[in-house]
Design a protein around this ligand. Structure first.
Ligand code: HEM
Length: 493
């Protein structure tokens, strides 16, 4: 009786005095707990089915041992949540699970003054002049190296596109944010990926504090490696700030050069935060937010492109009809920008619709509140929205929702925008993603440069799913055959 009361009775979640509906197949004792133990992609499919079943109606879920919760799909409710940061916080539920990897200090977990100072440092790092150096100098340089690598393998060899994109974004973020040479295969990167996966699993497995006692050794080691690396980033930046050379080079190098902006995130953080451990946590948060999401988004974009050759043709058409761009056959890819390539940008948005790197999110009520649809939530209630499912909602996207159709993002050749509450891929409100512009610039340049030069073919036909993580890495990567286009009599990607 007591358990039944906990699962269904104790919550005072109501809508206009009535209890909310529950998803089909909710069990009397386990609630929806067993579902949350299933593989991640199955859980996403369940959220999609629920959205099809309930539409915009908020419904209740229950996982034993966790606070009562609801799932929202209505953009009006999400707008209320995202604009009311004081009511809906990350909460203990989220923080307890991600604390080992991020402590409470990184921007993703932090609230109040600690959040503000990191947001300010991030805004400084991602300011327009830095983004210009990124798109005009840094990215073309790294892309040139990657293009060379691919050309060397373009005899039909197999390459893992996910690994290529991960290496590219790791190098880019490493140099720009921390002035360090970081690689995808470094011990730190491997440990970080493992720890992210295990942290992601904690959100599905309510028994994680027990299972990790027995099976958590590798996780603990990985977290220790990540922490060590966080300290290395801070120490190395602090040391170089003390040297005369640093001051000299800062004076000499302009903020318009790659050298001039390298390490600008860690320097902004060190300028505004005294505690080295907090700086390290903040730095690691940025690495996760900026590097993994962008690499994964590119991987899923290519997965979709390869399966839709007519869209590849349209991308090439856009590049070739934009006269200046077609001449970009040399190493300079900086002309490939969202403003000059709306179709390529639309491809990226559409890929993010199907495969949002942050596929579901949750908040906890810091005080009792009522959503715009009348749902009353007591203090401590959990609120979940599944971007993966909202992005597949017929009510938001129409009947062709299941088609990969970049054209939905264009009107008269110009990009149309969706509100952050209908398309919450980059979050919205005061905590919206700081790196949206950076991600778009990187993605458009990489997609255009690769599609212009190469044909890719996936090694197998298997449907790709994501592996466990805080974000959305592709399980088993994306091994592809690569050929330079000049070697190909026919265009096929
Ligand atoms: C396709 C790429 C990206 C996607 C889909 C994405 C998505 C998101 C989402 C959903 C959030 C909210 C997370 C939460 O609060 O739970 C977020 C926050 C954030 N993102 Fe991104 N992001 C991307 C790329 C980037 C890049 C390139 C950077 C920076 C280098 C970045 C920096 C941040 C930061 C700093 C936050 C925290 C903002 C805050 O709490 O005030 N992101 N991003």
């Amino acid at each position: 009786m007591l358990v039944l009361y906990h699962v269904f009775g104790s919550s005072s979640i109501k809508r206009y005095g009535q209890p909310l509906r529950w998803p089909p197949n909710t069990l009397p004792l386990a609630g929806n707990g067993i579902l949350f133990l299933r593989a991640r992609h199955k859980l996403f499919s369940w959220f999609v089915k629920c959205e099809q079943h309930f539409g915009f109606e908020t419904f209740q879920i229950s996982v034993p041992s966790l606070p009562p919760g609801v799932v929202i799909n209505d953009p009006k409710n999400l707008e209320y949540v995202l604009k009311n940061e004081g009511i809906f916080t990350k909460g203990d539920f989220f923080k307890r699970r991600s604390r080992d990897l991020f402590e409470g200090n990184g921007i993703i977990n932090a609230d109040g003054a600690l959040w503000k100072v990191q947001r300010k440092a991030g805004l400084h790092f991602l300011r327009t002049s830095n983004l210009k150096v990124l798109t005009d100098i840094a990215l073309p340089a790294y892309l040139k190296d990657n293009i060379k690598v691919l050309e060397g393998l373009a005899d039909g060899s197999v390459i893992d596109l996910q690994a290529i994109f991960h290496e590219l974004t790791t190098q880019l973020m490493g140099r720009m944010a921390y002035n360090m040479d970081i690689h995808d295969t470094d011990q730190f990167s491997v440990s970080f990926e493992y720890a992210s996966g295990k942290t992601g699993e904690r959100f599905q497995n309510p028994l994680w504090p027990i299972t990790e006692i027995f099976f958590g050794k590798k996780f603990r080691e990985s977290v220790a490696n990540v922490k060590d690396f966080g300290s290395v980033i801070v120490r190395s930046a602090a040391q170089s700030r003390q040297t005369k050379e640093h001051h000299k080079s800062m004076l000499q190098s302009s903020s318009k050069t790659f050298e001039g902006i390298s390490g600008s995130l860690i320097n902004s953080l060190l300028d505004s935060i005294d505690e080295p451990q907090v700086v390290a946590d903040a730095a690691l948060n940025y690495l996760s937010a900026g590097r993994d999401t962008t690499a994964q988004a590119l991987t899923w974009s290519f997965y979709l492109l390869i399966r839709h050759p007519h869209i590849v043709d349209a991308v090439r058409q856009e590049i070739s009809t934009t006269a200046d761009l077609d001449k970009t056959s040399g190493p300079n890819t900086s002309a490939f920008r969202p403003s000059s390539l709306p179709y390529v940008t639309a491809v990226f948005y559409e890929a993010l619709r199907f495969y949002p790197p942050v596929p579901f999110e949750l908040k906890q009520c810091d005080q009792a509140t009522t959503l715009p649809d009348g749902t009353y939530l007591p203090k401590g209630a959990i609120l979940v929205w599944c971007t993966w499912a909202m992005n597949r909602s017929r009510l938001i996207w129409g009947d062709d929702v299941d088609q990969f159709k970049p054209e939905r993002w264009l009107k008269d050749g110009r990009l149309v925008s969706k509100s952050a509450f209908e398309y919450p891929v980059f979050n919205g409100g005061p905590r919206s993603c700081l790196g949206k512009k950076m991600a778009e610039s990187v993605a458009v340049q990489v997609i255009a440069a690769f599609v212009q030069r190469f044909d890719f073919d996936i090694v197998d036909d298997k449907e790709r799913i994501s592996k466990n993580s805080l974000t959305l890495p592709m399980e088993r990567g994306l091994p592809c055959y690569v050929r330079t286009r000049s070697q190909q009599p026919e265009v096929r990607l």
